[in-house]
Every structure is written in structure tokens, then in C-alpha cells.
Ligand binder design. Sequence first.
Ligand code: ATR
Length: 271
Amino acid sequence: MTRTFAVIGDPIEHSLSPSIHNAAFKALNLDCTYIAYRIPRSELKEGIESLRQIKISGFNVTIPHKIEMMQYLDESSPECKMIGAVNTVSNENGKFIGYNTDMDGFLEPIKKRSIGISGESVLVLGSGGAARAIVAGFAKERAKKITIANRTIQKAQELSKFTSGLGVESDHTTLSDVDVSKYKFIINTTSVGLKNESSLISTNKINTNHVVYDIIYMPMSTDLITQSKKNSATIIYGYEMLLGQAVLAFQIWHKIPAPYDTMKKVLLGGV
Ligand code: ATR
């Protein structure tokens, strides 16, 4: 019988996950299908019930359900518990088991480039759900200090507290007070750039010593990335994190290596 997978969220029409996973199924000749399923914020409970009824094999969870979904899991991985959010669910003998592949999916392109994190300072722009998985990743890799900069200062303060709780020194600042010279890593987790807006921080002092990583994947290059590239910083693109989390979710569900090159090709064709 064909195994069914899905991504749930709202909005969901523009998700690239169905294309990535369906191409992987085709490449490996797996009798599986992956669909986008729109579940509005207020209908998560009913939506999850319907997924149980159709005996879904697994699903990804995206905005706005990553945190809310935690309460509908039968079990969750240590990463999921640490981050307080879930992006991948596997149906194991009728039990919904939650995982978070955002954290390791984020770290993968850094590791692939053999860039060290241990002992380094990090600037994270934004304090939303994505930022939580990212600070947890830097904490796991023993970054020295993580500074959170956000428009709403109270949210920066909360995320900084969460970060300290993970055992890493942390502080927060306003976007206008950011001094990039203090950091090796500069990470944009905000939605600023999605609509081709200018970078939230001044890029004048970004140089060859910086690693600039913007998790926005559409457009592929934001203003922050374009300017930082001109200044010879090491660049990591948002599509790399999207690919990283998809590869890890694939491996959780199918317990075989993911066809990385096929998935990457589809992604680059679609962005
Ligand atoms: P996600 O879960 O994907 O991280 P989110 O929770 O909506 O999404 O977070 C979006 C982030 O982008 C927030 O940090 C938000 O800042 P606020 O906390 O002040 O809302 C940031 N953001 C969105 N639009 C912004 C803008 N125009 N200027 C500065 N920051 C912005």
C-alpha cells in the first residue's frame, strides 16, 4: 500500500517540501506520496485527528504549528523537548513521535564547510520559532556567547533567557545597536528579506572573518547576503538549511540514506 506523508501548516501552498520528498521517492522507487495539507491555527486538533485516521506515515510541521503540535505527540525526542518545538513527526505503530530536524539541518552546512563553532561568538537577528532551534544548535556546539537582536526587545530578552538556560552566555540588544565586529557568526532568522527589503543591520563592517547565514530561501539571496558576499564574508544560504532538515526527516521516516543530490537539484530548480 502506498505510504502517505505530508507537511502541515498555514499558509502551505508555496511549500517546497512536497517537490523535494516526491522527487526523492521517485529516485529511490519508493511507493510513497507527500502532500501539502493546510490546517488553520484554530483547527490543529481536528487536523491531527484526521491524520491519525488515515494512518499517515509521517509529516512535517511548519508555521504556525511547531510549538502547539508538541501537545499532540505521544512521545518526543530530546531535541524536541529542549527546543520546545517539533518539525517532523513519525507514525510508529500508531504512536506519533516528534523530532526536530531544524536544529541539525541548520548546523549541517556549517559542518560541511568545516567551520568551527566552539568558543565563537554569535549574533542572532530575530526571536521567533526558528531562532529557538538555531540557538539550541549553537548551544549544542558550545558557542562562547550568543547575542540576540530583535525589533521587539522583550522577545529578545526572553530568547536570551532561554539561551542562558541551555548553558551558554547570552545577552540581547536592539537592532540599531548591533556591532558586527564582536561576532564570527551573523544569522538572520527574521522575515526581513523575504520581500527584498534592505538588511536590518549595517553591512559596512562585515568582512572576510564573518560567516553570514540567512535562513530565508526565497529569494535565494537577500540584501544581507548580497552585501556580505561583496565584503568577502563566508556565505550560507537558506536553502541549505531547508535541504538539511528535509534530508534528516527523510532518514527518520525511511531509515535509509536520503538521495541528497536529487533533493538539492529539485530545491535549486524551484528557488
Ligand atoms: P519564525 O517562527 O519563522 O521565526 P516569527 O515567529 O513570526 O517567525 O518571527 C519573525 C521574526 O521576524 C521576529 O523576530 C520578528 O520581530 P518581532 O519579534 O519584533 O515581531 C522579526 N520581524 C518581522 N518583521 C520585521 C521587521 N519589519 N523589522 C524587524 N524585525 C522583523
